[in-house]
Design a protein around this ligand. Structure first.
Ligand SMILES: C[S@@+](CC[C@H](N)C(=O)[O-])C[C@H]1O[C@@H](n2cnc3c(N)ncnc32)[C@H](O)[C@@H]1O
Length: 243
C-alpha cells in the first residue's frame, strides 16, 4: 500500500486555499464560546463512530485522524474508553492502515459497552483491559500487549484531575516511541468554569497543569501546538510529541 508521504501532503496543500493571516483572536474567542455552549448542551454525547457512541468533539476526531495517519502506530493505547467509540475510531484507522492493535483501558467496562465493542467488526483489532490506569497490575497487563519493536501512540482520557494525569504521564510516557505522541484530553477544563457540571478548582486541578509539571522534568517531550489548528478542541496544548 502506498500512502501519500509528508512531502506529498505538503505539495498537495500548496494547491489548497489556506489563509496565511488568520484572525487568531476571533478564532480563539468564538471557539471558546462554542465549546462552552456545546458543553452546556452535551453535544459531545450526540455522535457515534461506526455505530458506537464517542465522547469527542468532531474537530478533535479529525485531528486525531491526521495524527494517526502521520505516525502510523502499531499500537494505540486509549486510557478511559467509556462507551468505546474512540477505541472503535482508532481501531478502524488501524484497519485502514492494514496493521496494529488498539488497547482500551477503563476502570469499569460496563457490560453493555463490552458487548457492543466485542461484537463490533473492529474488535479484531482491539484488546480490552479493565482496571485502574495507575495500578501496577494494569500497567503490566498493557506492557505485556506491546511488542518492543512497535510504534506506540497514547491517548489519556480517564480521570482528569491533575494528580491522576501526572501519575498516568509518569506511568505511560515510557511506552511512547520517539516521534510519536501522547495526547492528553480535556486540557480545556479551565475554560468551562461556571458552567453546569464544572468545578471552581478546575483552574488549578486539570490535565494541563499535570502536563506543565511533567514537562518540567521530562525533557523528552514537547507540546506540538500544530494540532490545535482548528481551535475548537478539548485538548489545547495536549499533544505531546516524544522527541
Ligand atoms: C471521558 S470518558 C472517556 C471517553 C472516551 N475516551 C471517548 O472518547 O468516548 C472517561 C472514562 O475514564 C474512565 N476512568 C475514570 N477513572 C479511571 C481510572 N482511574 N482508570 C481507568 N479508567 C478510568 C471512566 O470510567 C470513563 O469511562
Amino acid at each position: 500500500m502506498i500512502w501519500p508521504s509528508e512531502d506529498d501532503i505538503t505539495e498537495l496543500k500548496k494547491h489548497v486555499k489556506q489563509k496565511k493571516n488568520k484572525d487568531i483572536a476571533t478564532l480563539k474567542e468564538d471557539s471558546r464560546q462554542w465549546i462552552r455552549t456545546s458543553w452546556q448542551n452535551n453535544l459531545s454525547y450526540e455522535i457515534t463512530w461506526l455505530g458506537i457512541p464517542i465522547i469527542q468533539l468532531p474537530s478533535d476526531i479529525i485531528i486525531m485522524q491526521e495524527l494517526i495517519f502521520k505516525v502510523k502506530p502499531d499500537i494505540i493505547i486509549e486510557i478511559g474508553i467509556a462507551h468505546g467509540g474512540a477505541l472503535i475510531f482508532y481501531s478502524s484507522l488501524l484497519e485502514l492502515l492494514g496493521k496494529g492493535k488498539a488497547i482500551g483501558v477503563d476502570i469499569e467496562i460496563k457490560s453493555h459497552n463490552r458487548k457492543a465493542i466485542e461484537s463490533h467488526p473492529m474488535s479484531k483489532r482491539i484488546k480490552l483491559i479493565e482496571g485502574d490506569s495507575v495500578k501496577q497490575e494494569t500497567i503490566e497487563k498493557i506492557e505485556n500487549e506491546i511488542d518492543p519493536q512497535s510504534t506506540v501512540l497514547i491517548a489519556l482520557d480517564s480521570n482528569h484531575t491533575k494528580d491522576h494525569v501526572i501519575k498516568e504521564l509518569r506511568a505511560y510516557s515510557k511506552f511512547v516511541t520517539s516521534g510519536s505522541y501522547l495526547v492528553v484530553f480535556d486540557t480545556i477544563m479551565p475554560e468551562l468554569i461556571g458552567l453546569d457540571g464544572s468545578q471552581e478548582n478546575w483552574n488549578e486541578d486539570n490535565p494541563l497543569e499535570a502536563i506543565k509539571e511533567f514537562l518540567k522534568i521530562n525533557k523528552d517531550f514537547e507540546i506540538d501546538d500544530s494540532y490545535n489548528k482548528l481551535f475548537v478542541s478539548n485538548c489545547p496544548n495536549g499533544f505531546l510529541k516524544k522527541k
